[in-house]
Structure formats: structure tokens, C-alpha cells
Design a protein around this ligand. Structure first.
Ligand code: THU
Length: 160
């Protein structure tokens, strides 16, 4: 047996004003997208904005359902829209913004495990990293240089 160590790193910004112009613009798009989320059950709204290589921006937000597991996260709504409408176009970055109508969300909210798994397949297929930025409604922003840095030991098609 040998111990292996897996490390990851991220950039932490105090707030959105510290981001580059492009990142700031994308995060603003994610916050706008969050405002039309359909989240009557959790009251927790998430917006996602993807910047594609062709400069197209694809938005998504969470869509809940009375049959709770039938709902879907913002990130997967966005990535599937991109995969459907712009197949094969590389995704440069993803911005995620989250808020709640019953609590103050001032911590960065990372994508859930299922979204990381889903997004990782797009990153693997495009053979180039997809940057990921995430935040709450206020406060700090986390930026990672790739999706796989958020998901060590991910499952992929080579195992099948
Ligand atoms: N949600 C997302 O949209 N993205 C995530 O990565 C985590 C959770 C949504 C799903 C559900 O509508 C609400 O947030 C509460 O879990």
C-alpha cells in the first residue's frame, strides 16, 4: 500500500469586482439567469452561464418539480442546452450564482456532485479545460481552472 495525495487549487476573490471583465460579465449573466429559476420548493435559485468559444453565452437555471427528483440543476440545464444547440463548440468557462428567498447566501456555492460528473464529460470530450467560477448572491467568488480539478477519481467512458 502507498498513500497518494491529490491536491487541488482555486483562486478566491473577495467579491465580483475583483474579477476580470470577461469573468464579471459572465457572472452577471449567471445572476440574471438565476432570477428566472423555477424553485418554489427549495426557494434556492441557481443560475448558470456558459461562455462558448464562439462567444455565444448559454444560460440555465434550476427547474424544480412537485415530484422532487424530477427537477434539474441549473448547471445541467445549461450544459445540455449548449450540447444540444451548439454541439462540438468548446466551452471556455462556466459561472454559477446562487441565492435563496429565505436565507442570505454569501458563501460560494459549488456545483453538486452529479453536475460535476455531467460537466466533466464535456470537458473530457473537448480536450481543453473549462474554467468554473461560483458564488452566492453576495461575497466571495471561487474560480477553478478546470472542471476535473473539482472532481478527482471521476468516472469516464474509458471504464466502459
Ligand atoms: N441546485 C442547482 O441548481 N445546482 C447545484 O449544483 C446544486 C443544487 C438546485 C437544485 C434544487 O432546485 C435547489 O438547488 C436546491 O437543491
Amino acid at each position: 500500500m502507498k498513500e497518494i495525495e491529490i491536491t487541488t487549487s482555486a483562486q478566491l476573490y473577495n467579491d465580483i469586482s475583483e474579477l476580470s471583465l470577461e469573468d464579471k460579465m459572465l457572472m452577471h449573466k449567471a445572476s440574471e439567469a438565476r432570477k428566472t429559476a423555477y424553485a418554489p420548493y427549495s426557494k434556492f435559485s441557481v443560475g448558470a452561464a456558459l461562455l462558448l468559444e464562439n462567444n455565444q453565452i448559454v444560460l440555465g437555471n434550476n427547474q424544480e418539480n412537485a415530484a422532487y427528483p424530477s427537477g434539474m440543476c441549473a448547471e445541467r440545464v445549461a450544459i445540455w442546452k449548449a450540447g444540444s444547440d451548439f454541439p462540438g463548440v468548446r466551452i471556455k468557462k462556466l459561472a454559477i450564482s446562487a441565492s435563496s428567498s429565505i436565507a442570505r447566501v454569501d458563501k460560494p456555492i459549488g456545483p453538486c456532485g452529479a453536475c460535476r460528473q455531467t460537466l466533466s464529460e464535456y470537458e473530457i470530450n473537448q480536450k481543453e479545460p473549462m474554467q468554473v467560477l461560483f458564488m452566492g448572491e453576495f461575497g466571495e467568488v471561487v474560480k477553478t481552472s478546470s472542471l476535473l480539478s473539482l472532481l478527482p477519481f471521476s468516472f469516464d467512458s474509458t471504464y466502459l
